[in-house]
Design a protein around this ligand. Sequence first.
Ligand SMILES: *Cc1c(COP(=O)(O)O)cnc(C)c1O
Length: 860
Amino acid sequence: MESPAWYTPYTPYQPEIAQGRLESLVNYQTMIMSMTAMDIANASLLDEATAAAEGMVLSYVSSNQKKRSFFVDRGVLPQTLDVLKTRAKGFGIRLVVGDVFADLKDESLRADLCGVLVQYPNVDGSVADFSSVAEYAHSNGALVVAATDLLALTMLKPPGEWGADVVVGNSARFGVPAGYGGPHGAFFACTEKLKRKMPGRLIGRSRDVEGKPAYRLALQTREQHIRREKATSNICTAQALLANMAAMYAVYHGPTGLKRIATKVHLLTNTLKTSVEQLGFKITNPEFFDTLTIDVTGAVANAGVLHKAAAAVSVNLRQIDDKHVGVTLDESVGPVDLLRLINIFRAATSTSPLQSISAVSVSSTSSAIPATLQRTSEFLPHPVFNSHHSETEMMRYIYHLQSKDLGLVHSMIPLGSCTMKLNSTSSMVPLTWPEFGAVHPFVPKDQELEDDLCKITGFHACSLQPNSGAAGEYAGLSVIRAYHESQGESHRDICLIPVSAHGTNPASAVMAGLKVVPVKTLADGSLDLVDLKAKAEKHKDNLAAFMITYPSTFGVFEDGVQDACQIIHDNGGQVYLDGANLNAQIGLTNPATCGGDVCHMNLHKTFAIPHGGGGPGVGPICVAEHLTPFLPTHSIVPVGGDKSISAVSAAQYGSASILLISWAYIKMLGGDGLADSSKTALLNANYMAHRLKDHYNLRYKNANGRVAHELLIDLAEFDKAAGLKVTDFAKRLQDFGFHPPTCSWPISTCMLIEPTESETLEEIDRFCDAMIQIRKEAEEVIQGKQPKENNILKNAPHPISVLTQSDAEWNRPYSRQQAAYPMPWLLEKKFWPTVSRIDDAYGDLNLICDCPSVEELASH
Ligand SMILES: *Cc1c(COP(=O)(O)O)cnc(C)c1O
């Protein structure tokens, strides 16, 4: 968590320079599959509540959108139910909340039931056998989604063994700080037959062109950047860094260590139970793993007083109502904490307060888990979870993996739209201080960051809940829908989206219950205002929203943005501004001035939160005054009023702990500094455009000949002349030690390049020199000096294993020197890709998403 080699890399879209974290994410997937006993798992989702919502939507989609009732057991966590409510609305799913054993078999439900959600163990700590629920659901063509806890699964029969189709949960317990609610990696696992509908990113095995095993993102065709409004979910940024942390925790402890930790937790919980019962209190859940619900009726103090007494000695006791408290023990609870807890109950006994004790004998080792629900199957038998158990070995494994990955620790990552900027140590160091890291989510907090973001965007109010940009889009559009509803216009359901928009835009619109109508762009890249006007007028009775990115995804400030917003407002719609490019606006203009009503920000792009290799992110939304009453609330820490939409993430402030980074960034720069950042970002991009324009086709600039904070170069001519694709240029950049820019988006033949304000002139020149050198290499292919198939671009990248081939094997029309050291500075500073180009299709045809087993490793 404190290592820039792990937190600065980008999402592993360039797998040849990302094998380390890809391996670690496969460890994560393997861990989830093994613990839950499911066939396949993804590489993380945003939080447990949104993962459960994805499970609900998957159930609905699996019924071919014919069955609309989704049953939620009363034992599900309240924040999960909150998020389900919001999500169900957009899809028109009917939520039925009840006791899964008493109410599920209601005859009126049977024909319309698409799925059931249960919590295992549930909110009051009970462990129940849901196999009959699964049988009933399956016999009626419905799916079972189980929300569960990884540590409990070391002792509990895993959901995959009693019939769950989807298993979700939060992996924070495996070594991730509470951080005031987040971030943490949620997991999502499912059965084989649901794998192509699974949301989120999935890492799979494949091979490189030399036949060497290699990992890469699998089944990309499911994702929203390809499927747009037909995508199965809008997940883009997820929680890669936190998934890596949780996976490393399992690598370090292994199955034996995890069992030891779970045993200790269970034993201490059992001991607490015995002690509290001896004092005359009643435990309402006799079967449990680590959580007790205690009836304190008859105590001298009520539950509220007990809660306060516990807080005073720094232990967590949850007040459920006047008569009940709940307590959950975790691995950090030791004998001292246990005694504190017991003494709180001793002081509260009904007769007269008993004296504190300073020792307690541990209860018998008998399990409070019913025999039929005890885990008998093994877990984590894979070599990686059984090898690195000393600190030295663990350190070496972590360093071995990170040495394969290119991050900002090596060179610039010029990713258009994704803005990889400086992640300063001074803004991040507080994250791991216990004063921030160890804070439980459900406590109040101050307002400063919200106020600053409102000033920056020109809007009136802010919600910090969304855990990613896409989650912000969904939240903002849901707010727009609630607003229309309040005006008696709930029929407004058309969302206009330019064809150039990011794929999450249409995917989010569909999730919010909107119908997507695409709007054209003109040949110069700007929005087609004639088409926009025609479509806005055509749909004026049902127009809900328009989504626009500014500066546009083509990297220009378009003149017509205010006119576009006016057209929408004239026809009864609201304007959603995608704020991914806000770093070109701050201090110079703002979304309110542009004419928007709501925008999201990607704090992990514009406001200095590192990408973490694919998350965590934060996607807060800011809204104009008339939308303020509709911002999301939270049932545990209520904010807002009776018009608020229900929650969009599990914790009231989403990924709260990393908000510190953006807060520190804004405070340290101040208003003038932020404006200077925008100006420098614009200057750097225009400098780069100027240096590259004689070598590459600069696709768009505005009337003044300028680009915004990023530039789009078109490589179509090279394909025409010599069959060289965008990918060939991208892979060749890896040989120069650079991460390629955004490829083939928003135009398939283009690269979108963004230097940001954080890079020095020297680094920008180094990148331009590399691009110009590759242009020369391409010219050799065009001139026929290198063949069209076997050339230095097509064969890139060049790992050491290829360069050290024998002379007989090296049948290439260029030297090893040219391949590895095309620029003199590479002799001094070289980053080596660890595999050659990876075959995507092979991996998708032979989908394998876990790490090698003992047998496989032995057969190599
Ligand atoms: C990154 C991005 C998004 C999605 O943000 P996530 O945080 O990855 O969900 C949406 N729109 C644009 C233009 C982006 O660049």
